[in-house]
Design a binder for this molecule. Structure first.
Ligand SMILES: NC(=O)c1ccc[n+]([C@@H]2O[C@H](COP(=O)([O-])OP(=O)(O)OC[C@H]3O[C@@H](n4cnc5c(N)ncnc54)[C@H](OP(=O)(O)O)[C@@H]3O)[C@@H](O)[C@H]2O)c1
Length: 301
């Protein structure tokens, strides 16, 4: 099969198309013919070697952590999925998503409803799932105000939609090109920049941080002490103010709930760029550049 990955840790120059054998799914796993793969910052962070402690790979490694596709094989002990089922999920440890075939753990796979496109389904496990889990971690209620740092990217665009659906007011920090779209979701736009905290129109009850660094420092030092913070960009920095990363739920139940939210119109994954597999490098470069609007997807078939 054809896949896109990297042969050693490093920059984009380590990436290439790979010709690899199709894997055999193990116990509790399914083999999927990939239709679409979501592209995430985690993909280049793994390639750069930033995740060596937590993400086990064998070189050459295939990039990507989430896919939608059709089941073409199953290992022992898989009762929930059959050959021909249309599914989406997070790739199993040691497998990547930018590929014609990949392996998923059945426990991290859900059926794809007909009403959810292949591309949209491929963006649910990482970005939408992180958005859902981040909001759940803050436990805000209707009428609270949420501050979102990096609101116009893959995770932020889902955070905004999910928060507004729960009647949570949102102050959304993003670059000016994203203003119109942010306001169309019913959030209040706050222009990103060194002084953005002085533009916050009201006190906030919680922060979702998707940027880290000085952007998080400025927010955390200016809100009321004890304001809950979830930062998936820099959990270690957030811990200085009592914050944490998101407690991720990558189960079939969690992914099914996300698909239901799309079916019900609560969540509308915004996909701005779709690249074929042989141009996956351009897709990842767009995300690595750090200013994508919505999601970037690799379309495989
Ligand atoms: N732990 C997990 O499970 C998990 C899961 C998903 C993501 N993450 C992490 O969460 C972060 C965000 O992921 P993502 O998928 O949303 O990335 P993304 O799609 O690249 O979005 C990042 C957003 O931040 C904006 N941004 C950059 N600098 C900013 C600044 N100074 N002020 C305000 N906005 C700024 C970017 O665009 P503009 O500057 O153009 O507005 C972009 O919209 C990444 O660090 C990623 O690794 C962690």
């Amino acid at each position: 099969m054809i896949a896109y990955g990297f042969s050693e840790y490093g920059g984009p120059e380590t990436e290439s198309l790979l010709d690899l054998p199709i894997a055999e799914p193990g116990s509790g796993q399914i083999l999927v013919a990939v239709h679409a793969a979501g592209v995430n910052p985690a993909d280049w962070k793994v390639r750069a070697g930033n995740r060596k402690d937590t993400v086990q790979i064998t070189l050459p490694a295939v990039l990507g952590r989430e896919v939608s596709g059709t089941v073409v094989g199953a290992g022992s002990g898989v009762a929930e999925f059959s050959v021909g089922d249309e599914v989406f999920g997070a790739t199993a440890s040691g497998y990547g998503g930018y590929a014609q075939y990949t392996v998923l753990n059945a426990s991290s796979t859900a059926h794809k409803p007909d009403s959810v496109s292949w591309a949209a389904a491929a963006t649910l496990p990482v970005a939408a799932g992180t958005a859902y889990d981040s909001l759940r971690g803050l436990a805000l209620v209707s009428g609270n105000t949420l501050l979102v740092l990096g609101a116009g990217g893959g995770v932020g665009s889902s955070v905004l939609q999910l928060a507004r659906a729960d009647d949570i007011d949102v102050l959304a920090v993003a670059s000016p090109g994203k203003r119109e779209w942010i306001e169309s979701l019913g959030a209040e736009f706050v222009a990103a920049g060194p002084d953005y905290v002085h533009s916050l129109s009201r006190p906030v009850h919680g922060i979702v941080d998707l940027v880290g660094g000085d952007t998080l420092r400025a927010a955390a030092s200016n809100v009321h002490s004890g304001t809950p913070i979830v930062s998936v960009a820099d959990p270690t920095l957030a811990a200085r103010w009592g914050g944490s990363g998101a407690q991720r739920d990558r189960t079939t139940a969690a992914f099914t709930r996300l698909a239901d939210l799309v079916t019900n119109g609560v969540l509308r994954p915004r996909i701005d760029h779709v690249f074929p597999l042989d141009r996956a490098g351009e897709a990842l470069a767009l995300v690595e550049n750090g200013h994508a609007l919505g999601k970037v997807v690799v379309e495989v078939r």
